[in-house]
Ligand binder design. Structure first.
Ligand code: DOR
Ligand code: ZN
Length: 408
């Protein structure tokens, strides 16, 4: 049996009927819709275990499907952090139960968190994990690896075991130093001063040096500044296996957001001065950026509105980034082919996901305002609320099951 997608537009401008194997026959009249491969989001925080009041895989998988995403890589900064095989297996069990509840068999892979007491776990988990996530600077959760001997050891073992090293690159020592210089400030904007571009670049430089020395494959998550891009370009030119991810908020938001959103605009690494957004768009154009990872990091509104120092960092975004990108396509900032490469092809290649039939059918002409009440994330808010975007997903097809997004 097949799902027959009739009269759908393909990227090369043809109108075709496309068939996908399924357990039940179904016809989708797709006149006016464009077919893209379903998205792979290599960077999400679905908060299980330990912070299920912010998100679960039941709500997270719905938000993913609503955004055209059928595969995610989930981060290990849980409570407790996912830094051993035992914890990975316990987490996996909860995820399975929650996906069962949602009725969405989302494809996923989990990161192992780097912890110097647990380096033996890298070899034990290498077959199943997305990679080893190293927090070189502190963020949500207690994962942190910032002393040189531990970093050397982590890169050495990961390289030896053939495990991808993903780094949150912000130099912890520089962050602490900057914080000590600005203790009197309580406004949210100081966050971008404390977690400076220099702190990010210093950490990226170290990660690249360690990757080169030990022969590790390096994946730099949420690149946010010009300074980092320069280092990554140079490393790529030298033939170093380094991949760069950008998060939507560093493309679509800048420091000005503190004025309207206050502590709600906090994220690590922080929003930057606008010229960095422009540099990131350029880096998409010239191929320096490999992937878009949402860094979907839901926190409740109540938590986000706490005073600076108590409010957590991060935004929910998984169900909106495709629309943000499609809207950017209309603004001639990016091509549809580039969107596919960043959200599907490159993540599939880098993380070694198998080829499958998942697609998302998008309505490029549909214009809609973002409305918190319609979001599926448990957090039920977005830093993009109120924006009017052109280009919205209409159907997501995962493993032969059609999700009509108007009925989700
Ligand atoms: O802003 C962030 N939020 N950055 C991170 O590194 C972690 C994330 C979270 O888990 O809340
Ligand atoms: Zn993250």
């Amino acid at each position: 049996m097949v799902i027959e997608i009739r009269n759908v537009q393909t990227l090369d401008g043809k109108k075709i009927t496309h068939a996908i194997e399924s357990k039940k026959s179904q016809i989708i009249e797709a006149e006016g819709l464009t077919m893209l491969p379903a998205l792979i989001d290599p960077h999400v925080h679905f908060r299980v275990p330990g912070a299920e009041h912010k998100e679960t895989w039941e709500t997270g998988s719905k938000a993913a499907i609503a955004g055209g995403v059928t595969t995610v890589c989930d981060m290990p900064n849980n409570f407790p952090s996912t830094s051993t095989l035992e914890r990975l297996e316990a987490k996996e069990k909860k995820i399975q139960e929650q996906l069962q509840q949602s009725g969405i068999p989302l494809r996923y892979r989990l990161y192992l968190g780097a912890n110097s007491n647990h380096f033996q776990e890298i070899g034990k988990t290498k077959q199943s994990i997305a990679g080893l996530k190293i927090y070189m600077g502190s963020s949500t959760g207690d994962l942190l690896l910032c002393d040189l001997p531990s970093l050397e050891e982590a890169f050495r073992i990961a390289a030896q075991e053939g495990v991808l090293v993903a780094v949150h690159a912000e130099d912890e020592h520089l962050i602490q130093l900057n914080r000590s210089k600005h203790v009197e400030r309580t406004d949210a904007a100081v966050h971008s001063v404390i977690r400076s571009p220099e702190a990010a670049a210093k950490s990226v430089a170290l990660a690249i040096a360690l990757a080169k020395k030990h022969g590790a494959r390096l994946y730099i998550v949420h690149v946010s500044s010009k300074e980092e891009l320069q280092l990554i370009r140079a490393a790529k030119r030298e033939g170093c296996t380094v991949y760069a991810e950008v998060a939507p908020h560093h493309l679509f938001m800048d420091e000005n957001a503190y004025r309207s959103l206050g502590t709600q605009a906090l994220v690590n690494p922080p929003l930057r001065e606008k010229s960095n957004c422009e540099a990131l768009w350029e880096a998409i154009s010239d191929g320096t950026i490999d992937t878009i990872g949402t860094d979907h990091a839901p926190h409740t509104l109540e938590e986000k509105r706490r005073p600076f120092g108590a409010a957590p960092s991060g935004f929910p975004s998984i169900e909106l980034y495709l629309s943000l990108l499609l809207n950017a396509y209309h603004e001639k900032k990016i091509s549809l082919e580039q969107i596919v490469s960043l959200t599907h092809t490159r993540p599939r290649e880098i993380f070694g996901f198998p080829v499958h039939s998942d697609v998302v059918l998008v309505d490029l002409s549909k214009t809609k305002q973002i409305d918190d009440a319609r979001l599926h994330t448990k957090a039920k808010w977005s830093p993009y609320t109120g924006r009017i975007l052109q280009g919205w997903p209409r159907y997501t097809i995962l493993d032969g099951t059609v999700f009509d997004l108007e009925l989700l």
